[in-house]
Design a binder for this molecule. Sequence first.
Ligand SMILES: *Cc1c(COP(=O)(O)O)cnc(C)c1O
Length: 809
Amino acid sequence: MSQSFDTRKLNANETVNSAPAFRQALLRHLQYTVGKSPQKASIFDWRMALSHTVRDYAVDPWFDATRRTWDEDRKRVYYLSMEFLIGRLLEDQAINLGLRDVIVRVLSEFGLSFADIAEGEPDAALGNGGLGRLAACYLDSMSTVGCPAYGYGLRYEHGLFRQHFEHGRQIETPENWLATDNPWDFNRPEAAYNVGFGGGLAEQDGTSIWTPGSKVIASAHDTPVVGYAGQWANTLRLWAAMPSADLFDLNRFNAGDFAAASEPEALARSLSRVLYPNDTTEGGKELRLSQEYFLTSASVQDILRRYLAGHENLLKLPEFVAIQMNDTHPAIAGPELIRLLVDEHKMDFDTSVSTVTDVLGYTNHTLLPEALERWSVGLMRKVLPRHLQIIETLDTQFIELQGAKENPVRLINNDQVSMGDLAFTTSHKINGVSALHTELVSQDLFPVHNELHPGRIVNITNGITPRRWLKLANPALASLITDTIGAGWETDLERLRELEPYANDSAFREAFGRSKAAAKEHFIQWLAKEHGIQLPAEALFDAQVKRLHEYKRQLLNILWTIAHYQRIKRDPQAGWVPRVKILGGKAAPSYHMAKLIIQLINDVAEVVNNDPETQHLLRVVYPPNYGVSMAEKLIPAADLSEQISTAGMEASGTGNMKFALNGALTIGTLDGANVEIREQVGAENFFLFGLSTEQVAQRRAQEGHARTALEASQTLRDVLQAIAEGTFSPDDHHRYDGLLDAMWNSDWFLVASDFEDYDRAQTEVAECYADAERWQRMAILNVARMGYFSSDRSIRQYMNQIWDVESAL
Ligand SMILES: *Cc1c(COP(=O)(O)O)cnc(C)c1O
């Protein structure tokens, strides 16, 4: 590259990159890449030119890092994930490269705003929620801490569906992020692999020969991922499915049967067509299994090819390769690697198993039985016959390992292959994602495995990248922090501790209050522009944004909101703290109850927001289509973070971390990472309520617990009564019959059992918020004590405890 910038000399605050050089590079791209003059360029053209310019700056550190990894023969980490919820890249990469200030300055010369241009970029929504966002935060951290790594995923044509509401009901439409050019990725047609499906097995000299019935080509697209301050860069490699040339039936086409001629091609492409809009249960089983194998096989072939380009001895694979499976989705990696080592490289079976186990690690993200993947033996035999054979052998060995046990744990049970058990047996480390979750993984999910392999299970509590979730999302707070403690916290988040003493400094508290006000104003303006909703800035912003799921208990939130509304109605002059309830999140399209809860929230909003008596005291808003970009605006604006899942059901949560880092106080249960957040920020700075994990188990065992809890709460009964009378659904009094019936008769998620204590905690929240000084003190202490939750810390733990890899920096 001819430019004279040196990204290596960047420090956190200042950039050595000069405006004239950047302007020149930008105008070059505008003219020669986009084909426009500054006079004629649209905002889209500017975004393309700007993205290409920024990408150029990423290429130098990227080449450097790649070359050094080869030259120094370093171990590499491969992070396999069906989801990467990366969101927008332009501003993120600009910040990591230290280019933001220069860009703002250069664009202003043309009368353009960086914010407006960045806003045009579609979100890369290649994930459902937390699991996919975690993968994206980990990519950022691996590059920042200098861990040589590849992220491997699928290049879905359509990411997570777009959500809008009609009469309060969720409507899904296809997302189309690739409809316009994606300026970030490099197409790598030379990095392509055949992935086989189906077919049959033959036996030769005691080994199996698999002849797949069909093949799909996996073609690589690479995006450079630069770490903070441009010191290191890794690759996100996404596979696109391409039909092999012989799939197009030219004879049929020439005979006029156009549709039939193209059908096999279309089928092949469908492997990377859509992301499953489902983070719990699987649908379209065969396609989903095929997608998982497609990702895994292409990645594993690529990994072996790279290893063999520099090494010969496959026994040494674990010294140079670490593969992390993000949940069970890529758990076929074990059998696939064994297959390649045994069938293609002639390693003996047992040696291949121990080699593969030393390479693989498995992150467990859930205890929900419906989310622990199981594939029927019939389907496996049809799609992956050789892999099934390998799994059967592993199953036999696993039974032997358990000795003469009466009911051994099996990899294949009732004609179902259990991918969790498979992932465990083929991994040297299994990690839970928070202290509590890891405890439950050991005791409830894998007790037998744990006994056979003590020490395999480790805890690595999730984290979030402070570059995106503070520096990018909350510029006002980020600059206050830098002005107060200096730069450097971006890569050493524990330094936020230095803010602690300022909690008692009234000038700082005021500045902190102004930064929150600025974030609220920014969100208010976005909401007004985008959705025509006006919000009062002085109200308490009370937010719950995340996937819609019964265990996350958005229902508890909205039922309490109704109770609050009824109380205001009874006594409007009682000095209520004005509140805005902000909810957001998508429901899986087939998840009826979750969609009904969305409708209830929107129905309640309709009534509450149009009541002249209460309007100024209570509002309910549900901006549609929650995603990374909305989160970036909303989270900094929140005062209160709702983390109210039934204890024992949220593995970690990362939304909880983003809010606390941005100075929201948490109202929450002892679940997932909430437990550790509360430990870090101090119990006195956290609104705790609800049953513990053990109490949840006990309560569920009590016959009629729902009814008992309801009989003890007049408040909640009044709420359910109002819903039953059609207060919020005057056009259909029976709309919520099913929901009410579940509340009275089953209430698996213990909404009724936790209601009164939640109500108590919410009252405390309001009292506390009324004392602005006290609230601010608590909020500052939350920010100051969130350093532990940087994903840099998580990644360093993975490097030490699972991957055994050293930083190249
Ligand atoms: C962080 C994040 C999540 C995860 O939120 P939880 O509250 O932990 O479930 C989901 N979606 C998006 C867009 C996020 O940024």
